[in-house]
Design a binder for this molecule. Structure first.
Ligand code: SAM
Ligand code: SF4
Ligand code: SF4
Length: 336
């Protein structure tokens, strides 16, 4: 199959699908309670893509060259029957890598079923090992032990490798970075620290709350020397560092201080079936309307191909000069 390149010569390789806009957490940097409170109107049952529709979308993207699929949200594990969807998607030809990003709170209940359904590996978000800090960040009363237990359940179920994501916010959890590194050093679990991003319109993002990736590497490297490892694939977002003593790796995702738009090979689909060609896009392309219009697979593929060929997004590289006043999609809609 010929590789499909966008206007900046980037191939379509990865697909991220948000299974729901709902979540059992209210992380202050993603779904702050003041915005996502009782009055917030989440998508209704008929507004979200069905499993059949998601499978069709994944088959079509796979036919266009996407080999990696990540299920996300909102919280993907609050979508009922998620393991049935995993079973469907793991059988799609061309999908070499099927994974999920979760907050881990329901993983103890779900890990074995997900593994049995064909999920290979998983990423769990955990921002702090300090209970007070973590609870202040998730704002839903979930303790650290629940997520750690979820990570253990994933390991027991054979979902390997397990990765852990931590968003680092200046003055909030930055002082816990070394403890997080220490917890997973030598365990085979790779922790990746993510610069706090200005996604969406709800989190009141400020540049001075971003802890640069290099600072994180310096802090950890001062305790356990680190050396850089090359990115394993061109589209990989995390810069990898390994402990010089052989105790494994960490990753840093420097989307703010060192943007990587030049290698961005991702398409994102919201729970309601909109295709976004950038995490910071203001609006998406309505695939659900195409799916529900009776279009056949060839037509769906043509529409997606046309969107990708026109793509020229590079928000993070333009961030400093980006047009103010343009509303961006929320992270909980497209899943990071
Ligand atoms: N609920 C799942 C979870 O938290 O893992 C999946 C969806 S969540 C939107 C995906 C990832 O985006 C999480 O690792 C989360 O920490 C990260 N994230 C959310 N808001 C962010 C922000 N403003 N900056 C950087 N990362 C963010
Ligand atoms: Fe929910 Fe994940 Fe957003 Fe936290 S980061 S509010 S767990 S979707
Ligand atoms: Fe990709 Fe947009 Fe992020 Fe750049 S800003 S890396 S184009 S999602």
């Amino acid at each position: 199959m010929a590789t499909m390149l966008d206007r900046l010569a980037r191939p379509l390789q990865d697909l991220r699908i948000s299974l729901t806009d709902r979540c059992n957490f209210r992380c202050t940097y993603c779904m702050p309670k003041e915005v996502f409170g009782p009055g917030y109107r989440f998508l209704g049952r008929h507004e979200v893509l069905t499993f059949e529709e998601i499978e069709r979308v994944v088959r079509t993207f796979a036919s266009l060259g996407a080999t990696k699929v990540r299920l996300t949200g909102g919280e993907p594990l609050v979508r009922r029957g998620v393991e049935d969807l995993v079973a469907r998607l793991s059988a799609v030809d061309g999908v070499a890598d099927l994974t999920m990003t979760t907050n881990g709170s329901l993983l103890r209940q779900k890990a074995a079923a997900l593994a049995a359904a064909g999920l290979r590996r998983i990423t769990v978000s955990l921002d702090s090992l300090d209970d007070a800090t973590f609870q202040a960040m998730n704002d839903a009363g979930c303790g650290v032990a629940t997520v750690i237990d979820g990570i253990e359940a994933a390991l027991e179920a054979g979902l390997a490798p397990v990765k852990v994501n931590a968003v680092v916010r200046r003055g909030v959890n930055e002082d816990g970075v070394v403890a997080l590194a220490e917890r997973f050093r030598g365990t085979g679990v790779t922790i990746r620290f993510i610069e706090y991003m200005d996604v969406g319109e709800s989190n009141g993002w400020r540049l001075d709350e971003v802890v640069p990736a290099q600072e994180i590497v310096d802090r950890i490297g001062a305790v356990w020397p680190l050396e850089p490892v090359g990115r394993s694939t061109p589209g990989e977002v995390a810069a990898r560092w390994r402990y010089s003593d052989g105790s494994g790796e960490i990753g840093v995702i420097s989307s703010v201080t060192q943007p990587f738009c030049g290698a961005c090979s991702r398409a994102r689909i919201s729970a309601e079936g909109k295709l976004y060609t950038c995490l910071f896009a203001a609006d998406g392309h309505d695939l659900r309307a195409i799916l529900r219009s009776g279009a056949d697979d060839a037509e769906l593929a043509d529409r997606i191909r046309a969107i990708w060929l026109r793509r020229s997004d590079r928000y993070s590289e333009l961030r400093s000069t980006a047009t103010p006043g343009v509303r961006k999609v929320e992270m909980s809609h497209i899943g990071g």
